[in-house]
Write a protein of this length. Structure first.
Length: 193
């Protein structure tokens, strides 16, 4: 089922499952296409994006690249799409986790049989405050890196999205959805990674 393609002394394995590809100029258009693909039955694992700048440099070197050059290159590193909602949940978990840990440590240190409820509440507030600030700063850093990932791809010609299709009906559906959300250069190739 798998075939091997040789390019520049790299061994690349691709599978004979067609894949639709399109280029998006905005994160919002990309996200809308992703939601529509998911709503009509495409699995999350069938949808991939171009990998990070670090992954590109590791796999392809530091050469200047443009999205159209990588649309049909099986060596292009892939990544999963992360929704804004998922990023919000991650930010909340990071900030909340730091608040909880700091509060717990402070409360455990001050909690004795003789301590009052007011002292326990004060310990939570005092211990959790600095930790929550650290958590919030880390969460913002994660969100900033997420935005930089998309902005970097837009600067290089657009955000690439590949959609693995299993039959002619899904090929047509994927192409229609990608084009319907302003995807550029939408086409199919007969393999996927």
């Amino acid at each position: 089922m798998a075939q091997t393609e040789k390019k520049k002394d790299d061994k690349v394995t691709v599978i004979k499952v067609p894949e639709a590809v399109g280029v998006f100029d905005t994160f919002e258009a990309l996200q809308s296409a992703f939601y529509d693909l998911r709503s009509v039955g495409f699995h999350h694992s069938d949808i991939s994006l171009l990998g990070s700048k670090d992954a590109l440099e590791e796999k392809l070197g530091k050469a200047y690249w443009q999205a159209p050059d990588l649309e049909d290159d099986p060596r292009a590193p892939r990544a999963h799409f992360v929704t804004e909602e998922a990023m919000g949940e991650l930010e909340g978990a990071i900030a909340g986790g730091f608040f909880f840990v700091g509060s717990y440590i402070a409360m455990a240190a001050l909690l004795t049989p003789a301590s009052t409820l007011a002292a326990s509440v004060a310990a939570i507030a005092i211990g959790g405050g600095p930790s929550a600030v650290i958590g919030t700063l880390l969460a913002r850093r994660v969100n900033q890196r997420h935005k930089e990932y998309y902005n970097d791809q837009i600067r290089h010609g657009g955000i690439l999205m590949w959609v693995r299709t299993r039959d002619k009906e899904h090929e047509d559906l994927a192409v229609k959805i990608l084009k319907g959300h302003s995807g550029r250069d939408v086409h199919l190739h007969p393999w996927s990674e």
